[in-house]
Every structure is written in structure tokens, then in C-alpha cells.
Design a protein around this ligand. Sequence first.
Ligand SMILES: Cc1ncc(COP(=O)(O)O)c(C=O)c1O
Length: 383
Amino acid sequence: MNHPNWDTWRQEFPGLNKNTYLNTVSLGQLSKRSRSAVNRFLDLWEERGASAWYSYWLKELDGLRREFARLIGASVDEIAILPNISSALAAVSSSLNFEQRKRVVSCELDFPTITHHFLAKKSQGVEAHILASPDQIGVPLEAFESAIDEETALVATCRVYFTSGYIQDIQAISEMAHRKGALCLVDDYQGTGQLPIDVKRAGVDFLVTGGLKWLIGGPGVAYLYVRRELIPELEPRVAGWFGHRRQFDFDPYTLEFRDDAQRFETGTPSVAAVYAAKAGLEIINEIGPHNLRQRTAYLNQDLVARLQELGLTLRIPLDPQKQAGITILEVPEPMRVTRDLADRHIIVDKRPGAVRIAPYFYNTLEENEIVVRALDEILGLKR
Ligand SMILES: Cc1ncc(COP(=O)(O)O)c(C=O)c1O
């Protein structure tokens, strides 16, 4: 494992000089590398016009798929690029058959785009089975075990919950799904980048994640992994020319899907977003997910200890091994607290009943101290 120089990496993100930014859980910082990649895209657009597609842009898209495949332990033919997770879910679920098996198991701590997606399929007979969380931190594996049955087509859940930072055991969940003949889809938007992942070891069938948080790539790109063995069996019912085997034949009469996961892609991608995302992913791969996990856990545990010292109520798992780099602090008026922090140039985020504080590798212990001191004042905790 290499030993990153965190001070040097921090200089790659000029925005960190403007604010105390502890909000990667909502949006990762802009790197100098992403900014100059987007400038490169703009130069090509200006200088080459449409020929930039063939000489540069399609290659950049391919490079993005490769960079992502490397990060998650997959191969490039198992990766598709889509504009957001909701579109990736739509592409995947359109290829599944819910006639024999109608149930989709998720939980109330999953990001709602998952549950909404399957609730919208109620008229097609899909039963969105949403598990409750007893403590709003996690969902016991036993609850998944008893909900997944022979009627279950898919288990669709997050690895990291966005409102508690809890890390689920996706390998166990995927094994449970497979034992009952169901498939397993993991939304890893809050995991990939800050936590290592090996999709083969985890055994999941699909993984979706987006570029704008822990992959520091900005909005406009989401990634879909589909396990190779499944690809030939799955024909999406949303199709576009980017998923066609002979895209540039422009044949309107035949629909031949590509053999690889790109069959789930549809139309023209947002190329500026691709450039920004690839530069971000390169940084993530260069530092390496094990280093990122170690650094983020170190900063986050320091933050938790400081908040606990003030006697504040945290909604996080007790076991630090189960906590990702997201700390949820329960406060009576999250809107006022985030605003008061922003007035002090401290950027965090709010969710119902709580503020979320999320240091990433480019943050420092001093920034933890700054946010905790400000919270002490704002919440009137001075003893
Ligand atoms: C876990 C998770 N899934 C999905 C999303 C968003 O999905 P989409 O790309 O469709 O906007 C978010 C955004 O915050 C998220 O945290």
C-alpha cells in the first residue's frame, strides 16, 4: 500500500481554502484535475467540432468505464455509463421478468429513489416490500432473511445508508438472495470511493453508483455494473442507439443488443460530465480505496469522539467498523444549525431531524475541531 501525502492531495482542491467543507456526502470537492479535464473537453469542442467524437470523446467514455471497472474489481465489458442512478435502475428493472416473481425487497433506510422506482411498478404487479429499521441506524440481516422468499425477484438495497452511515453486509444479503433464486442489486452511491469494494467477492449481480460524492467527479455520470454471466439473458426494454451492437449502421429495422453491459446504455452521454468524472476517478484509483478508507475512518472517528465529548446525540452504528465516513448528529432545528454553520463558512448538510457531517481524505483534524467548536456555540452547550 502506498502512503499518500494528504497535505499534497489537499492542494488539488482549491475550494477547501474557501470554506470548512465537510459535505462530501452530498457533493465531493472539485479537483484541479477535473477542472482542466473539462477545459480540455471545451477546447476539443471548439477546435474539432463533431470529429472530436471519434478521435477523443468515445475514447474518453471507454477510459471512464475502464477506470471504474478497475476500482470495483470488474472487467470493462461489465460496465455501463448512465446519467444517474434512477436511469440505471430503470434500465436494469426493464430487463427483469416480474411475472413469476413479483417481490422486490428493500428497506426504509435505502435512498428513496430505490423504493420509488419499484413502487411505480405497482400497476405491473410488482410488490415493493420495504423493511422497517428498528433504530433508524440499520436493518437486521434476519429481517432480510425472512423477507426474501421464492416470490422475490430482486433484493435492491444500499451498502451505506445515507442517514446513518451504517455499512451493510452486502455479501451476506447477496447470498441470501441467491439461496432463494433472487438477484441482488446494490446502490453503492454512499460507498464506492470511500470504501473498498470487490464486486466479485461481494457476489452481487448489479451495482449502481454515482460520480458526484465520494468519486469526486461532479454530477451527470452514474455507473452500472452487471455480472457478466447475466448480461446475455437480460434484454432491456428501454433501448437506444448506444446499446446497439451496430450503432453506426443506423439500421432502423433490427434491434441487436451489444454483448456487453453497454446494452443498458441508451443515448448520447454528457461528455463534459464524462471528462470531469474520469479525472475524479483517476484520483480515487491513484490514492486507492484502502488508503481512502483508513484516512476517512481516522478523521471520522476523531469527529465522533469530539461530538460525544459534548454529550450530543449521534445516529450512527456503535461499531466503528460498521460506520462509513458519514456522521449524523440529531438536532432540533437542522435548518437553522446548517445555516448558522454556513454563516461561519462551515458547510455541512441537513436531513430530517439531523445534520450530516462527512470528512473525506482532503479534510483535516483541525476542520473537525472548527465544526465542533462552532456547534458547541450554536447549540448553546457552553457549560
Ligand atoms: C444512496 C443514494 N442513491 C441514489 C442517489 C441519487 O440517485 P440519482 O442519481 O438517481 O439522483 C443518492 C443521492 O444522494 C444516494 O445518496
